[in-house]
Design a protein around this ligand. Sequence first.
Ligand code: M6R
Length: 630
Amino acid sequence: MCGIVGALSKNAQKIVLEGLSRLEYRGYDSAGLAVQSENGTVHTRKATGKLAALRAEIEQNPLPAAALAIGHTRWATHGSATTVNAHPHSSHGPAPKVTVVHNGIIENYEELKAELKAEGYTFVSETDTETLPCLLSWALAQGQSEAEALALLTTRCRGNYAVLAVVEGAKGTRLLATRRGAPLCLGLGKGGENFVASDPLALASVTDKFVYLEDNDTVVITPEKTEVRDASGTPVTRPVQVLNLADDMAGKQGYKHFMLKEMMEQPAVAARILEAYTKDGEVQLPLTAAHAAAPAITIVACGTAYYAGMVGGYMLEELAEVPTQADVASEMRYRKKPYPKGGLMIVVSQSGETADTLAALEHAKAAGQTIIALTNVTTSSIARAAHVVIDLMAGREVAVASTKAFLAMVLVLQLVALKLAALNGQQNAATVASHLKDIHLLPMHLMNILAEAPKWEPIAEKLASAKNPTHSMLYLARGMLTPLAYEGALKMKEITYIHAEGYASGEMKHGPIALVDETLPVVNIAASNDGLFEKTISNLKEVEARHGQIILIVDEEGAKQLSYPSPTPQIPGSYPAPTHPYLIITPSVPRLLLPYTHLLPLQFLAYQTAVFKGTDVDQPRNLAKSVTVE
Ligand code: M6R
């Protein structure tokens, strides 16, 4: 989603452009940069599309030398992706002229706009952002200090935001910043330099020292110092964190796409998690008997993290026997839910910055729930707001379509379930050790499956071809594998733009079966040992009877029992429809490992189809890696 970078340095422009390019993976549709030259004048350049377009614009219309620059990548919310709507935005009206970049949404911008118009300000864009420079300009014109003007933003603006501002004609080189809900951190330079960004990664080449700002903090940043005040206006010192971002800066390492690299890393991710969180047949997580005594657990997350949470819910109920409900954060945050006394909320988020997930966390925390955050970024807002933080250890995920983080989420949730089960007595030491013995074979199973992936390319090639007239797909599964149907369909939608729906197989007769004809690809996810095999296969037969194009992901034993010829001579997408399903065979594994072994083919099917279609795999249209607005 949107990215912010600011620099006070003699190389300000270069540092900001480089910082923005590090944030490119997050998804955006326009970009802009402003510099303040020595005489205090602010100069802005903007362009729609990728950063290359902004660089070209700057090459055509060079900016003056400057020791201050602010930059932004915009993911459109209010107003489409045009140059006028791109950031930075400046105030138009009474002096001083203020220029800002902004992440988030100002919910009461219409009301503010009306007030500011009455004060003589005019507006040129469709954005909510434009109210911010005007409000700051108005406050400064009233004689308020920079800190007071920033404080006015925090009291007058509703919504979540991170804002960076520069005032034309200001004495010396100074940046103003504030945040609420959206992330913003200061990067401390070695002397005569300071930086600020919405993600420390943007500043990885210039500093390793960061200060995370709290909600409603206001900051005046000069090359020499950073003056932070809290919501009451009192000067405060926030802790300095030293971050080693070297691994996060690693590129594609020879892979064609980040998504492919990240899928291939999954055996290593599983091994890393098991190494960190298990020892001598026991789970080692910072969970206590008090956590295990919770009468109920709520899991909240969005998108892929939500589907991982659903799988985790099945595991928690089965292993720890604690009633568990997974819900999407955007719904949970507004529910009038009677949380149980002493209840646990498990918050799952790769980025740790997802706005809805953070809001659901705060909602439950205010209701007295103990919050356990599973996140891949332990310095994130979600990690900082939780009572207990468990690192997902997936390593930075760059591709917008989440893959290795899903696997990490499910695995860590499984370990949480085993730990709680050991603590609340639902599993004895021997059964926990036996589960862990099975789980330790996971990296090996995953490696074996990855070796099979090239075999699935012909299916993907067919799926990518225009021969599928409905341009739609159905994914079906039962039980603990049902969330995989949702996740498989989500992956396919995200990166191929083929419409795909995930359904619990048992629901098919209640509607989606109307879609099935000889042109519809239907991915069936089945396992001989999940206790539901016969029922899943009955649903598959119903699709077969209507000549649907079946892709069956099934374990080796299940494939044997079905005795379809393998490999199938015809593949989905052939007309007329093949007489029997195309099989993707996974190893036979203990039941609780099925969510992992059946996951990989789903990820690859989407990836390979996208490659055949030629879509932008790592940065699909309209999507953002970290969804920091509601
Ligand atoms: O960073 P989070 O895990 O909180 O992100 C949640 C979703 O936005 C994310 O999983 C999204 O659905 C992905 N693009 C899925 O591939």
